[in-house]
Design a protein around this ligand. Structure first.
Ligand SMILES: Nc1ncnc2c1ncn2[C@@H]1O[C@H](COP(=O)(O)OP(=O)(O)O)[C@@H](O)[C@H]1O
Ligand SMILES: [Mg+2]
Length: 278
C-alpha cells in the first residue's frame, strides 16, 4: 500500500472508502488492549487496509466514560486535519460487523532495503547526562539493576507538531509504539482513544520542548485552530463527537497555549510519561 494521499489511485478518497466501503475482517491484533481488527474496506473496485475498533470491544477505563473511545479517535483526526499537518491517518466513525466503531487507514512501514536507507530513530536511551545534537531530553529512566539512562526523542519537526497536537487534544497516552513512520518520510500518530478529557491528562514522551517558546508556524496553526473552534466547522464537527464541555475545554487549551506562547510543561499529580514508554 502507498501513502494515504495516493490512496486510492482513482476516484474515491480514502475517507469515502473507510466510510462507505464494505468491511471484511482479516485478522485481530493480539497485543492491543482493546479489540483491534485488521480489515479491508472495498468500494467501487478499490480496496484499502484499515483498522476497525468496535465500541463493543473497548476495555472500560476508570477515568473515561464507557463506549466513546472511538469517537475520541475520530475527534483527534478531525483536529489533526484542521491543523493541516498530516499526522493522524484518516479516521471515521461507522457501523461494522461488530457494530459502531472507528475505522482508520492502515499505515504500512516505509519500504526498506532498496537504497539501504532507514528512517531516523525517534527514541533512544542514552548513557550520558546530556542529550547531544539531534536529540531532546525527556528525563532519566530506570533501566534495571539500579541503573538509569537518559530517555530522549529526536529533535524532529514532525514530533514537535505532534507534541502541540497532543497538548490540544489532551492526549493521555502518547507512547513510542503509537508513532508510525510511513513511506515518503511521513510520520503518523495513532491510538487516540484517551483524549479530550476536560481535566489535564497530558501524558506523553514528547516533553523535549517543554517550556520552549512556540515557533511562528506553531502559533499560526494554533491561532487558526482557535478561530475554527470558536464557532467554525471544527466546533460543529467536534460537537457531534464530544460533549459541549469537552469541546469548550479544547478551545481553552488552545487559548492557554497561545497565551503562554510556550510548549506546556509537565506538572500536577498526573504521571506525565506513559509507562512503559514504548
Ligand atoms: N492505522 C494503523 N496503521 C498501522 N498499524 C496500526 C494502526 N492502528 C493500530 N495499529 C497497530 O495495532 C496496534 C494496536 O492498536 P492501538 O491503537 O494501540 O490499540 P489499543 O486501543 O488497543 O491500544 C498498534 O500498536 C499498531 O501496531
Ligand atoms: Mg495502544
Amino acid at each position: 500500500m502507498s501513502a494515504p494521499e495516493r490512496i486510492p489511485p482513482r476516484g474515491v478518497t480514502a475517507t469515502e472508502l473507510l466510510t462507505r466501503g464494505e468491511l471484511t475482517v482479516r485478522g485481530r491484533i493480539r497485543e492491543a488492549s482493546n479489540v483491534v481488527l485488521l480489515c479491508e474496506a472495498a468500494l467501487d473496485g478499490e480496496t484499502v487496509s484499515c483498522v476497525y475498533k468496535p465500541v463493543a470491544g473497548e476495555r472500560p477505563l476508570w477515568d473515561f466514560p464507557d463506549g466513546d473511545l472511538a469517537r475520541r479517535e475520530v475527534a483527534a483526526y478531525e483536529v489533526a486535519r484542521a491543523t493541516g499537518w498530516d499526522l493522524v491517518p484518516p479516521t471515521v466513525l461507522r457501523d461494522g460487523p461488530y457494530g459502531e466503531g472507528m475505522c482508520q487507514l492502515w499505515i504500512d512501514p516505509p519500504e526498506s532495503g532498496t537504497d539501504g536507507e532507514q528512517p531516523p530513530e525517534l527514541l533512544a536511551l542514552l548513557d550520558t547526562e546530556e542529550p547531544g545534537p539531534g536529540w531532546k531530553a525527556v528525563g532519566f529512566a530506570e533501566v534495571g539493576e539500579g541503573r538509569t539512562a537518559l530517555l530522549v526523542h529526536a529533535d524532529d519537526l514532525r514530533l514537535r507538531r505532534l507534541a502541540v497536537l497532543d497538548a490540544v487534544i489532551n492526549n493521555a497516552d502518547r507512547k513510542g509504539g503509537h508513532l508510525l513512520p510511513a513511506p515518503g518520510g511521513r510520520l503518523y500518530g495513532i491510538d487516540h482513544g484517551v483524549t479530550f478529557h476536560t481535566e489535564n491528562k497530558l501524558r506523553t514522551l514528547l516533553w523535549g520542548w517543554a517550556g520552549e517558546p512556540l515557533t511562528g508556524e506553531l502559533t499560526g496553526v494554533l491561532t487558526a485552530l482557535h478561530k475554527d473552534l470558536a464557532g467554525g466547522p471544527l466546533a460543529a464537527r467536534l460537537g457531534e463527537l464530544l460533549t459541549g464541555a469537552e469541546v469548550a475545554a479544547t478551545g481553552r487549551r488552545v487559548e492557554a497555549l497561545l497565551a503562554a506562547g510556550r510548549h506546556p510543561e509537565p506538572g500536577g499529580d498526573w504521571p506525565a510519561i506513559p509507562w512503559p514508554p514504548v
